[in-house]
Write a protein that binds this ligand. Sequence first.
Ligand code: ACO
Length: 335
Amino acid sequence: GRGSRLVGSGSAVPKHVISNEELSKFVDTSDEWISLRTGIRNRRVLGEDESLTTLSVDASRKALEMANVKPEEVDLLLLCTSTPDDLFGSAPQVQKLLGCHNALAFDLTAACSGFVLGLVTATRFIRGGGYKNVLVVGADALSRYVDWTDRGTCILFGDASGALLLQAATDDQDSLLGFDLRSDGNGHKHLHVTVDDVDSSPNGAETNGSTFKLPGKATYECLQMNGKEVFKFAVRAVPQVVEGALQEAGLTGDNVDWLLLHQANQRILDSVSDRLHIPSEKVISNLANYGNTSAASIPLALDEAVRSGKVKAGDVVATAGFGAGLTWGSAIVRW
Ligand code: ACO
């Protein structure tokens, strides 16, 4: 058997909380506006003694403890993030600090869809053979890339990390029951953090007497978003992939115990669950406390729901991520 099972979850958030109240002291907004339009009340932001790596180590350690698996038993660590501590990737640092010295570790970048893509990738590694314990970590720190003077975006995001442990099973059954993954670069203009144009630079030099300028050190623009377009995309595209993934799993909306969407905005969660005819009692939402934590939002919410006893062994959880790229996708899993 080469089935892949979900056996552990963990999560970690920064200590520092920024409430809507506090935000309204430095941008022209209000608790009322933010709560009404998004459902968000608080978000966490990385402090000086914290990093994406340290949060991810904490989240991963909790997942390993839940599953009673030792760090050295981990074969693969996928860090799904768009905001690593190092441009070359942070997964090997997480691996080192966790003590997973037998694991291959690398980053996977797909914005808010990263975790769903990571889950499917991990399952494929286990199915392919040779990988028994795989940590899938979703982590982001968009606080580093938002313009804290832009009320249209800075109110939405928070930092966090969440981890799931997948394990090779003795039988052939997967926890991943079905999936549907998509991307479309045409929508890139609606949501991006692009490298700034770099013109004349301190280390620029003329080559061969020509006017060619060597590139300077790159910096990134702040996160740019057309909120209305992203909203429309999400409510149109997400129900389609959830239905696609359910169909692949041989299930319908009636079989779903929990709908766990990327935690972007409560109005998106409401609209998608409406379109899927899934009642609000089955919709997992913790965005009031953390805002949009990008690739971390699904494992963070799942971990909380598992630890609080809401999600129980055997429950079918329909997850869906969506965001920049554009990328979007759904994975149906059995906890
Ligand atoms: N406080 C007060 N007023 C505000 C704020 C704010 N924080 N932000 C915008 N406004 C104002 C606008 O200036 C505008 O004023 P005007 O009518 O005088 O021009 C008015 O409120 C309405 O603004 P809209 O942008 O039209 O508001 P909308 O209802 O679309 O809500 C929001 C904006 C919350 C951003 C919404 O569009 C949304 O949630 N979109 C989805 C965004 C999302 O989920 N992005 C993440 C995707 S995941 C990823 O990959 C990162």
